[in-house]
Write a protein that binds this ligand. Structure first.
Ligand code: HEC
Length: 167
């Protein structure tokens, strides 16, 4: 009898021991999960260089305009697509600068006028194209003003003339 009780006691001890072991593993696993989540967060929050996006927009805008003025509509469609892709990337990047939600401002100020511009492309009409591009330039300026940078301003000086920054 005492022998059996002893055996049972031992079994209970073993059981408790392995449960404690499992619990420790579970805890460790949880800690690892938390660490991974924290690190992933850090990666996704890497600073987005806004001026790099803007340099690209300026280049693409100039080339888009030049392609249209030369009635090279395939090239215009290509630059329009490039602009859209970089705009979508900025929209996804969740940039907030000095409390200003830059990424949230991309759709109305960039993606929407680009979509409007896309609609006039098939007409292959450079006057209509340039008029729509003017709206886009106004939206670039609108976003700069809303972001507290009204002095970053672009213009289409005259019909057929390339867009340029106002200095
Ligand atoms: C969603 C808002 C937004 C839109 C749309 C936008 N910008 Fe900007 N842009 C900014 C902000 C904010 C800055 C200031 C960046 C900084 O502080 O570094 C800036 C700065 C710039 C600069 C100055 C940096 C440089 O490289 O000289 C240029 C040029 C520029 N933008 C061009 C454009 C053009 C061209 C368009 C339209 C095709 C455009 N931006 C559309 C928000 C916007």
């Amino acid at each position: 009898m005492p022998m059996r009780r002893w055996g049972l006691g031992l079994m209970a001890l073993l059981l408790i021991g392995s449960l404690a072991g499992l619990y420790a593993l579970h805890k460790e696993n949880q800690t690892l999960h938390q660490e991974v989540a924290r690190l992933s967060h850090l990666i996704s929050e890497k600073p987005v260089e806004l001026s790099a996006f803007m340099t690209a927009y300026e280049r693409f805008l100039t080339k888009l305009h030049a392609a249209g003025m030369n009635e090279n509509w395939e090239l215009a469609a290509f630059y329009l697509e490039e602009l859209k892709e970089t705009a979508e990337e900025l929209e996804r990047s969740q940039v907030v600068e000095e409390g200003i939600p830059i990424s949230a401002m991309v759709r109305p100020n960039l993606l929407e006028p680009l979509e409007e511009l896309e609609k006039v492309l098939p007409a292959k009409d450079k006057v209509a194209f340039e008029a729509q591009l003017r709206t886009l330039v106004q939206r670039c300026n609108g976003c700069h003003a809303a972001a507290g940078k009204p002095y970053v301003r672009f213009t289409l000086p005259a019909a057929g003339q390339p867009p340029r920054q106002v200095f």
